[in-house]
Design a protein around this ligand. Structure first.
Ligand code: F6R
Length: 582
């Protein structure tokens, strides 16, 4: 993953780069660094120095040092090769310290390249795959950075977006293959960045670099080339982004703010126009993590409502099998970021096999959004909390709309019931006090409540670091029930739906083995109270709409537990918001 940014202009680069990195921190926050050309040194030889400041940990650690200069690059890291440390932090410089690079992605053949460079006398200062890039560029340089980059990319295997500067050149070169990179177009200043959030404070004009493209960026001009060095046409887009959306508005965490934004998100996503022809015989949902659980809810809903067969696929598995799909199939990719490497690869595979592709995507003009045949945008707005909440609810809304549309029926959802469910917040805060010291949880549900159990358990794991396993309630007796004890509570999702009595019996089985049970049930259900240690009631709605309501207590339960444990909720350890490596 990682976030990268470059600035060239007439202002001090350090402040701009660091504020850009803060907006990119959702992409990784293991270490951070900047490299800036000290161009005050206008001597005859033009031998300016590149100064770097790089540290393990968060971007804010960079703030205690100011590096002068108006051309620079910066990086916030999600470690892939080499543990988080000062030495493994980007930018990397070559041995002359004339070149500096920042990289997002994975260089798969780095060991081979390292060996080759070592034989030429290069010594390495880090354990990363990225460092080979700077040494290759230095080796390939004669008098033109772009040419050196063209030679270098021919040697690289894997996915990458990188930026490079040279001490005596007033330009930044960016190259992209598989990882995102945009150019921000300003007045007498220009930017390169992993995404628009890093530059939106300065410009709304952006160029989305395509794969196998190189950007040559100066403060008053820019050119785009392909990897053969042929110049490409430039298409500048104006983005519709608003920085206020990315503020906490008095909430303690972005995650809580984003949970409470959900009624608005539903309202906005309900307005999405959908014009879909049923010219396929089956649907394949591909996605990762939370987005994949929305896809699994989609399988249950579309098969039930529209009577169309749907298979559900984890993108990282799908892409490395030989899936039996063809031009009669519709592959639906679900993604908040629109950049997830595995989901993108799954879509490319589907297209290769002739299938139609549709994206349910949140970030407008992201890579997946641009590559699918058709895109429907979820209208969740920028999601900053690493744990996905409002994006999930917006994905569910699009899936409901799709199911109803394919069935030729009208879709109506009463938002008031959803708003009412948010008032459970205080109750869940109290409940969290009783449970936050447990180390293990089971989550169970049947039918659409099973993907919700997966999602609830994922939320708890990722933000509170408590071990949680989710199972279809009917599977318990095939093994996991052996885990049940008074030390491992179960969160049972048991609304008044067609499988109510079945899940009810599973809860009884847990109680018979001294397990503690928190039930999420339908208001008015007195019977379930008798067999539950704690109960969370959601309002009564039409059966198929329970997933929308039940999502709220799952999110809030995980949130309050993590808050009591004083976890870094918006930036959980080891994670990143946008997973652009496989
Ligand atoms: C969990 C979470 C992740 C993402 C997954 C896919 O809270 O956010 O599991 O859902 O990494 O990301 P997108 O939706 O950007 O493709």
């Amino acid at each position: 993953m990682c976030g990268i940014i470059g600035y060239i202009g007439k202002k001090e680069a350090n402040r701009i780069l660091i504020s850009g990195l803060e907006r990119l921190e959702y992409r990784g926050y293991d270490s951070a660094g900047v490299a800036i050309i000290d161009d005050n040194n206008n001597n005859e030889n033009n031998d300016n120095k590149i100064n770097t400041n790089k540290v393990k940990g968060r971007v804010e650690n960079l703030k205690c040092k100011n590096i002068p200069g108006m051309i620079g690059i910066a990086h916030t890291r999600w470690a892939t090769h080499g543990r988080p440390s000062d030495a493994n932090a980007h930018p990397f410089v070559d041995k002359t310290q004339d070149f500096a690079i920042v990289h997002n992605g994975i260089i798969e053949n780095y060991l081979e390249l390292k060996e080759e460079l070592r034989k030429e006398g290069v010594s390495f200062t880090s354990d990363t795959d990225s460092e080979v890039i700077v040494h290759l560029i230095a080796r390939n340089y004669s008098n033109n950075i772009k040419e050196a980059v063209i030679k270098t990319v021919k040697k690289l295997q894997g996915a990458y977006a990188f930026c490079v500067i040279k001490n005596d050149k007033k330009e930044i070169i960016g190259a992209r293959n598989g990882s995102p990179l945009i150019v921000g177009v300003g007045e007498e200043e220009n930017f390169l960045a992993s995404d628009v959030s890093a530059v939106v404070e300065y410009t709304k004009k952006v160029i989305y670099l395509g794969d196998f493209q190189i950007a040559e960026v100066k403060n008053d001009s820019l050119n785009i080339y392909d990897f053969n060095g042929d110049e490409k046409e430039i298409e500048i887009k104006t983005i519709d982004w608003n920085l206020e959306l990315a503020q906490k508005d008095g909430y303690k965490h972005f995650m809580l703010k984003e949970i409470f934004e959900q009624p608005k998100v539903i309202e906005d996503t309900l307005k999405v126009k959908m014009d879909i022809k049923k010219d396929f015989s089956k649907i394949i949902m591909v996605a990762c993590g939370t987005a994949s659980y929305a896809g699994l809810v989609g399988k249950y809903l579309i098969e039930k409502i529209a009577k169309i067969p749907v298979t559900y696929e984890i993108a990282s598995e799908f892409r490395y099998r030989e899936p039996l799909i063809d031009e009669n199939d519709l592959v639906i990719a679900i993604s908040q970021s629109g950049e997830t490497a595995d989901t993108l690869a799954a879509i490319r595979l589907a297209k290769e096999k002739g299938a139609k592709t549709l994206g349910l995507i949140n970030v407008v003009d992201s890579t997946i959004a641009r590559e699918v045949d058709d895109v429907l945008y979820t209208r969740a707005g920028p999601e900053i909390g690493v744990a996905s909440t409002k994006a999930f609810i917006s994905q569910l809304i699009l899936i409901y709309k799709l199911a109803f549309k394919l069935a030729g029926k009208e879709f109506y959802f009463d938002l008031n019931k959803f708003k009412e469910t948010l008032s459970l917040n205080e109750k869940l805060k109290e409940l969290a006090k009783k449970y936050f010291l447990y180390q293990n949880f089971l989550y169970i549900g049947r039918n659409t409540s099973f993907p919700l159990a997966l999602e609830g358990a994922l939320k708890l794991k990722e933000i509170s670091y408590i071990h949680a396993e989710a199972y279809p309630a009917g599977e318990l007796k095939h093994g996991p029930i052996a885990l049940v004890s008074e030390d491992m509570p179960t969160l049972a999702i048991c609304p008044m739906d067609e499988v109510y009595l079945k899940t009810f019996s599973n809860i009884e089985e847990i109680k018979a083995r001294d397990g503690k049970v928190i039930s999420i049930a339908t208001e008015g259900d007195q019977k379930i109270k008798e067999i539950s240690d704690d109960i969370i009631y959601v309002p009564k709605v039409e059966e198929i709409f329970y997933p929308l309501l039940i999502t709220i207590p799952l999110q809030l339960f995980a949130y309050h537990i993590a808050d009591l444990k004083e976890c870094d909720i918006d930036k959980p350890r080891n994670l990143a918001k946008s997973v652009t490596v496989e």
